[in-house]
Design a protein around this ligand. Structure first.
Ligand code: AMP
Ligand code: ZN
Length: 115
C-alpha cells in the first residue's frame, strides 16, 4: 500500500522525521516544514492515494473520516474558531507531494490573506 519513494509514506512509516501532532489508524497529522501561517498542519491519510484524481469510491469513508476530524484537530491546535483547509490537486493545482493531504492553516491576529 505504501509507495517506497513517497515522502509522506516515509513519514507515516517513521522512516523520515516529522513533527507529528496526532495520529490514529487512518490518518496522521504533522506540521508543515515551511509554514504559511502561524499554525500550518498537514492532515494525511495513511493509505497512499496520489491525489484527489486517484481517489475512488472505496476511499469515501476514509476521506469523510479525515474531513470530519478537521474541526477537532483545529480546536486542539488553538484555531478551532477559524481556519482554512486547502487541497491541491496535480502540479497545475500547486501539488508538490503526490500523497493526498489537506492543509489546515490558521492563527495570528487577523483573517488569513486571500489568494
Ligand atoms: P502540496 O503543495 O499541496 O503538495 O503541499 C506539500 C506541502 O508539504 C508543502 O506545504 C511543503 O512545505 C510540505 N512539506 C514538504 N516536505 C515536508 C516534510 N518533510 N515535512 C513536512 N512538510 C513537508
Ligand atoms: Zn505516500
Amino acid at each position: 500500500m505504501a509507495d517506497d519513494k513517497c515522502l509522506f509514506c516515509k513519514i507515516i512509516n517513521a522512516e523520515q522525521p516529522a513533527e507529528i501532532i496526532f495520529e490514529n489508524e487512518q490518518l496522521i497529522v504533522f506540521k508543515d516544514i515551511f509554514p504559511k501561517a502561524p499554525v500550518h498542519l498537514l492532515v494525511v491519510p495513511k493509505k497512499h492515494i496520489a491525489s484527489m484524481n486517484e481517489a475512488s469510491e472505496e476511499d469515501s469513508e476514509l476521506i469523510t473520516h479525515l474531513m470530519l476530524q478537521l474541526p477537532s484537530i483545529a480546536k486542539a491546535n488553538g484555531i478551532g474558531d477559524g481556519y482554512r483547509t486547502i487541497l491541491n490537486t496535480g502540479s497545475k493545482g500547486g501539488q508538490i507531494i503526490f500523497h493526498l493531504h489537506f492543509h489546515l492553516l490558521g492563527g495570528g491576529s487577523g483573517t488569513l490573506p486571500g489568494f
